[in-house]
Design a protein around this ligand. Structure first.
Ligand code: HEM
Length: 501
């Protein structure tokens, strides 16, 4: 009996200690401290988080401000949605926040922090400098990449034609994932998914399964001492990663036979020459980083765009009007030269990324050392930092009518910027759209290639609307609530395609 009471005391004492540890001030008794919700022992603030952490975090920022702390299990986390503080962390003091947090899923995904997306500074810096050269704006607009994009677009439009003729609704999740996956696969290994695997769906499912777990603050990452209980989930994650890895590995073995450094056929060929180490495993992981990062993001973006076209037919009509005004009614195939003149199309691109940014919480960073922001905001070493891209672009403090999908706000904003912006609001960020809508992140470790994302989405958006009217056979409006993993996508829906004549 005494033994049992002793154990109960120990447990209660441990819980109390954990409660005090998680709710203590971070910056001494008399200095300014960052606020945040109460954290419970063990789970911290996880009890507050539901299926839509981007919305929960945005709601909490209304109460606790543009930077606040929340323990996610064992991880002290700060969520940032104040543009001034975002600028301080991601631009001015970027070196202190250049790394990503370490946990079981990022460790597995990054080959022990050696790759690109989740690599540690020393590895990341070298990897990124080698890779960046392949993703500059000039490279992306080169005839080679444009050719790849145009070929995949042709396939997308052909598949849409089949659906419009047969009147079988088009599944945007499958159609757009094939489009974005084949573009990045062709850039990296000069192949379509059908040439690598029997089923493209299996590959897309694997990417989805990886995104559901990597860096999403799941319990396997945030409660590390419970790791044995999540063995099954971790094995599931490894299984999907290994499936993609073995596919890339067999392509590598094939390609190395005929590798000619003076005549690179694709990015993998260039990497074989550029990377000066024999770390093949890491080289393959970097290829996977590119493929995974370039597929779901673009596919989900296009799904949101299609959904907004259905929900707001007047916007779809206005877009079509701009397209035929610039390209002419007889044009059946828009090129980059057309697209670059379309301000409303660009407005649709930017507004989709503001309203439903596909990576709503970006990829997290971690504080390399104790750091002060704006002199008095203290961020302890090891704190995870979340950039709430969704919260910043959807906050009425920074934007008028945040809950309205309004592409024209971008057209007006860009016109205003050209005629020297005179923002009369006291808040210098109010309706300063470039500052409050940052879908690709900011600073040295921002998205590798916004240029590529822009090129493959704008041309697809323009050509799809030039050729079809998007409709939905069912009750409208379609739900605009997001399904969250590390990226957000709409609830499944299908598009009825009406060929324009
Ligand atoms: C609509 C499309 C896309 C969006 C919204 C997007 C957004 C982002 C964001 C927010 C990050 C995290 C940046 C940070 O930590 O500050 C990121 C990282 C990254 N993105 Fe994108 N992305 C898109 C498309 C692409 C494409 C097409 C590629 C092509 C390869 C790509 C490659 C990457 C890579 C490699 C990283 C990791 C960068 C690093 O750690 O150095 N993304 N992206």
């Amino acid at each position: 009996m005494n033994y049992l009471i002793f154990i109960i005391y120990i447990v209660l004492f441990t819980l109390l200690f954990d409660f005090i540890r998680k709710n203590r001030r971070l910056n001494g008794l008399f200095k300014k401290d960052i606020k945040g919700p109460w954290s419970l022992p063990i789970v911290g603030g996880m009890y507050l988080i539901n299926d839509n952490p981007n919305r929960v975090f945005s709601k909490l920022s209304k109460k606790y401000g543009g930077i606040y702390k929340i323990w996610i299990g064992e991880t002290l986390t700060m969520v940032v949605s104040d543009p001034e503080i975002v600028n301080e962390i991601w631009i001015k003091q970027h070196d202190n926040f250049i790394n990503r947090p370490k946990n079981i899923t990022t460790e597995i995904f990054s080959n022990n922090y050696r790759s690109l997306n989740f690599g540690d500074f020393s590895h990341w810096k070298y990897n990124r400098s080698v890779i960046s050269g392949h993703f500059t704006k000039t490279k992306i607009l080169s005839s080679k990449v444009t050719e790849i994009v145009e070929k995949q677009l042709e396939k997308l439009i052909t598949s849409m034609d089949d659906h419009s003729i047969s009147k079988i609704p088009f599944d945007p999740y499958i159609g757009f994932s094939n489009y974005s996956l084949n573009i990045i696969l062709n850039m990296v290994v000069s192949k379509d998914i059908g040439e690598c695997l029997e089923s493209s769906q299996a590959f897309i499912t694997s990417i989805d399964e990886i995104f559901k777990m990597v860096s999403t603050n799941g319990p396997q990452d945030t409660l590390p001492y419970l790791k044995p209980f999540f063995k099954k989930d971790i094995n599931h994650f490894k299984y999907h990663l290994n499936k993609i890895k073995s596919m890339i590995h067999s392509i590598y073995l094939d390609q190395i036979q005929s590798h000619d450094p003076s005549n690179p056929r694709n990015i993998l060929d260039s990497f074989i020459t550029d990377f000066k180490s024999n770390d093949i495993d890491n080289l393959l992981q970097i290829c996977i980083d590119l493929i995974v990062a370039g597929t779901d993001t673009v596919a989900n973006f296009l799904q949101w765009f299609a959904l907004f076209c259905i929900n707001y037919p007047e916007i779809q009509d206005k877009l079509y009007k701009e397209i035929i005004e610039i390209a002419g009614k007889d044009c059946k195939n828009l090129k980059n030269e057309h697209v670059s003149k379309m301000s409303y199309l660009y407005g649709c691109f930017r507004e989709t990324l503001r309203y439903r940014p596909v990576t709503p919480l970006s990829l997290p960073r971690v504080a390399k050392c104790d750091t002060y922001i704006k002199d008095d905001i203290f961020i302890p070493k090891g704190t995870s930092i979340i950039q709430n891209i969704f919260g910043m672009g959807n906050d009425e403090k920074y934007i008028s009518e945040p809950n309205k999908f309004k592409p024209e706000r971008w057209v007006e904003y860009i016109k205003q910027k050209e005629n020297s912006n005179n923002n009369k609001n006291e808040n210098k960020y109010y309706n300063n759209l470039d500052k409050i809508s940052i879908p690709f992140g900011l600073g040295k470790r921002q998205c590798l290639s916004p240029a590529m994302a822009e090129q493959e989405t704008l041309i697809a958006m323009g050509n799809m609307i030039l050729n079809y009217r998007f409709k939905y056979d069912g009750e409208l409006p379609l739900s605009e609530k997001e399904v969250y993993s590390i990226t957000i996508k709409p609830q499944p829906f299908k598009i009825s395609l009406e060929k324009r004549t």
